[in-house]
Design a binder for this molecule. Sequence first.
Ligand code: SF4
Length: 234
Amino acid sequence: MAFSLAQQQIADRFDSDVDQKRWHDWKWQVRHCIKDVETFEKLLDVHFDDDKRKDIETTISKFPMSITPYFLSLIQTESLENDPIFKQSFPSVRELDILECDMEDPLHEDTDSPVPGLTHRYPDRVLFLVSNTCAMYCRHCTRKRKVGDVDSIPDRDQIKAGIKYIADHPVIRDVLLSGGDPLMLSDEYLDWILTELRKIDHVEIIRIGTRIPAVLPYRVTDELVTMLKKHHPI
Ligand code: SF4
């Protein structure tokens, strides 16, 4: 697997000795996601003035930041404020401009939710939220009210209730797993969810909505692929 110069530089700026093996370990990446301004500045060797830093910190206190070291390594610092990776992942104080027309749940996912964590709007398909964490918190996320909120983590009972709802409604043939990011779950936990869904005869299609291949490609391990293949087609 490639180890670019930018990745090497960022790895070297972490306190610990970070070799290629550790860098490519997705769990190491998750443990070292960048969540504060100081670490961001240190790892990219950039500096914000006090006003800007204060604005960012205020924004993070409402909408958390999380950037994987991998995704951070793709940011081009020469034109930082215009860099597309920076814009997707780094907070802007403008996120706090809440207009009267803004909505907390702009897609009305909670309104069409017969059981917690499941949206059933179109007859034959459901959106099933099985995680509420993401490797990277997109600044444009439409589920900011939920992602990263420790009070909204779907537990096993909630997921069982969602699976029961799907099993009880033969009209459902398409299940979209989302979150948060379902690939933030362990292989074993995701395997359990997929196994339970595959037991339901009327479920024909299972999809996984994920940004992991873009923000944390090392998560796509041989073990994950082997597990997903058992439930083919996904
Ligand atoms: S990966 Fe999806 S759910 Fe997570 S922050 Fe990005 S848009 Fe939101």
